[in-house]
Design a binder for this molecule. Sequence first.
Ligand SMILES: CC(C)(COP(=O)(O)OP(=O)(O)OC[C@H]1O[C@@H](n2cnc3c(N)ncnc32)[C@H](O)[C@@H]1OP(=O)(O)O)[C@@H](O)C(=O)NCCC(=O)NCCS
Length: 172
Amino acid sequence: MKIIQLKEAERLKEGLRSLTEEFIGEHSYYSTWIQKNSSTFKDGTRIVYELNDKEKVVGYMMVHFSTEKCAKINGIFVFPDCQKRGYAKEALLQVLEQLKSQNYDYAFIQTRTNNKIVVHMFDSLHFDVIGQNYHKIENQTNLLAVYDLKEKRNFDEMFALAEQLYPGFSKK
Ligand SMILES: CC(C)(COP(=O)(O)OP(=O)(O)OC[C@H]1O[C@@H](n2cnc3c(N)ncnc32)[C@H](O)[C@@H]1OP(=O)(O)O)[C@@H](O)C(=O)NCCC(=O)NCCS
């Protein structure tokens, strides 16, 4: 499996549709969110990757290059009939390697507190769960985790960056 950055407009559109589909039903603001942030997909601040196994699309992942040092993994989705085959784990490992080679310090990711699969992946991939992020629009609390790409183990720096990047952040 490899991750491929989507550049062509129609494929990018399909990736975004697929990534946000299950959330749009619940939170309609995601459809306007895509429109509002469309320039970031053009200028490369946000990237959608296709998860591609032998020319077959098995899912999508979105990354936001938030600052010079920090990236946010905004979402990952593996199609239901392709789940439990290691694709998500492999995609995260590949993006973490890319970020390391691009000299990033931290990769942040959040998930709903009840998303047991992702919480399990935080553990098995050695993300540090550093706190919670209250999402005002969704009216719910997410767990916030960070991957320490340079193994600095500087938790004060991680907390300070999380406060900048996530308005509803509170540390553990
Ligand atoms: C979360 C998601 C991306 C995982 O994708 P996946 O390709 O099936 O995950 P993987 O096969 O790489 O499995 C990763 C780990 O989770 C475990 N896992 C995956 N699906 C599982 C399930 N249904 N039940 C229990 N464990 C599961 C795997 O065994 C593996 O464990 P390991 O690290 O001990 O080997 C996928 O379930 C999904 O798209 N869910 C809906 C969208 C979502 O919740 N996205 C996350 C938003 S942050």
